[in-house]
Write a protein that binds this ligand. Structure first.
Ligand SMILES: Nc1ncnc2c1ncn2[C@@H]1O[C@H](COP(=O)(O)OP(=O)(O)OP(=O)(O)O)[C@@H](O)[C@H]1O
Ligand SMILES: [Mg+2]
Length: 408
């Protein structure tokens, strides 16, 4: 109950009311988070069963058993008791990646290839940018590659569902990208957070990153003399850490503020999620006009990767018609697989995560299997594209050496 006087349909003290909402809301998030996470308030690493793990490691069952015998103290193995009182081992991604290394099956980006920075962006809100970025980051890690996700939205949703940290309560100003972009690009090395997915790190966000929109455009505050253009700060900062990753994903907010501009300037590629509806489609068309003007002003800008992802597809007739129309117009720039709107994805979001966090589904196994299959199809399609790009880069990197050899 609110103690102070309120007008029948509103509040005489909106400031106090918002403060109450803010405090009560954060408290609720904290209670929910503490209910679903481990005692240290971090999300528990998800685990996989032995049969799945052998496939993920890429070895036969007998070889898998031999590997386990050879490494009895493998970190990241969790022993559970089954309902029949049988002890079973489950494996975290840390254990799986170690097994991949021992079996020599872990994917390694070819020599001469470069990490890819991908902005997940759309001007429209609620189209699935964060869901796409976080799920892709997790799937990249599940495949044994290394991903870094930059949360570039002050709402901090990517931070929350990737790490379980409550952005405004458990992160300080200096834990976000703000100081890196405003005053010291080297600071980026100190703000990377490991998540409960081995190989999936994040740079978190909370309301502090709104300061970038205030300080970076302002010549008195943006340190332009020492650090150069405020639009190139991310490009500069990423140089220091890029090589530690295969893919750097940027979850942009629904705006074209200076953070999004930094992301688009720094990126090698873009993924644009669009739900198959007329409103989302027409909003995307406006976005293309804005992007065209932006690219016109960035000389020499190239995109190694550009794909539209049909997101939040509910499978009804209208959505199917819209999908067909979009495919006709944008052809191969649309990913073959689309992201289905499913209850499983929303359920996982309500439990502060994504379905890649779910070790054992609580509801229907079949519905979960289908939902994860759809998501896997989208993400594997994208990851395969990245692998093709790297293979081509590696090939190109070899060419001068071969030419030199041929020419003596
Ligand atoms: N495939 C899906 N199935 C069901 N729900 C989904 C799916 N994808 C996204 N959602 C839900 O839709 C909502 C918006 O998704 P998301 O937060 O990813 O959008 P966004 O574009 O990042 O939004 P914003 O512009 O506010 O940052 C969220 O509640 C999310 O859980
Ligand atoms: Mg978002």
């Amino acid at each position: 109950m609110l103690e102070h006087t309120i007008a029948p349909y509103g509040s005489d003290e909106p400031e106090k009311l918002m403060e109450r909402f803010y405090n009560a809301g954060n408290e609720m998030l904290l209670t929910l988070r503490n209910y679903i996470t481990s005692p240290d308030n971090r999300k528990k690493a998800r685990t996989w069963g032995a049969i799945e793990v052998a496939k993920m490691v890429g070895v036969s069952d007998p070889t898998f058993r031999k590997l386990l015998e050879r490494y009895p103290d493998l970190p990241g193995v969790v022993t559970e008791t089954s309902p029949g009182n049988r002890k079973i081992n489950r494996f975290t991604l840390e254990a799986i990646n170690l097994l991949r290394t021992y079996a020599n099956t872990r994917y390694s980006r070819p020599a001469g290839s470069k990490p890819l920075t991908i902005a997940v962006s759309n001007l429209k809100g609620g189209v699935g940018k964060t869901e796409t970025a976080v799920d892709l980051g997790k799937k990249i890690a599940i495949e044994g590659l290394r991903a870094l996700l930059l949360d570039f939205d002050a709402q901090g949703t990517a931070t929350l569902i990737s790490s379980g940290l409550i952005p405004d309560l458990e992160l300080r100003y200096e834990d976000t990208i703000t100081n890196t972009l405003v005053s010291n690009p080297e600071e980026i090395q100190n703000i990377i957070l490991k998540t409960h997915f081995d190989g999936f790190d994040i740079i978190p966000a909370n309301l502090a990153i709104q300061d970038c929109d205030l300080l970076l455009p302002n010549e008195h505050d943006n340190n332009q003399e020492a650090l150069g253009s405020p639009y190139l700060r991310l490009t500069k900062a990423l140089k220091q850490i890029k090589d530690n990753y295969d893919v750097i994903l940027i979850d942009c907010g629904p705006n074209l503020g200076i953070l999004t501009l930094n992301a688009i300037i720094a990126c090698d590629g873009m993924i644009i999620p669009i739900p198959p509806s007329m409103n989302d489609y027409s909003s995307f068309i406006m976005y293309t006009a804005t992007l065209r003007n932006l690219f016109k002003n960035i000389s020499g800008k190239k995109l190694e990767y550009l794909r539209i992802l049909i997101s939040k597809h509910n499978g009804n007739n209208e959505a199917l018609q819209m999908e067909n129309m979009m495919r006709e117009q944008f052809g191969r720039y649309i990913l073959s697989n689309h992201m289905c709107e499913t209850i499983e994805v929303s359920k996982a979001a309500n439990e502060i995560g994504t379905i890649y966090d779910v070790s054992k589904p609580r509801g229907s196994r079949e519905a979960y299997r289908r939902a994860i299959q759809h998501l896997d199809d989208v993400n594997i399609e994208i990851i395969n594209h990245f692998k093709e790009i790297w293979a081509k880069q590696a090939e190109k990197a070899k060419q001068p050496i071969m030419e030199e050899t041929v020419n003596g």
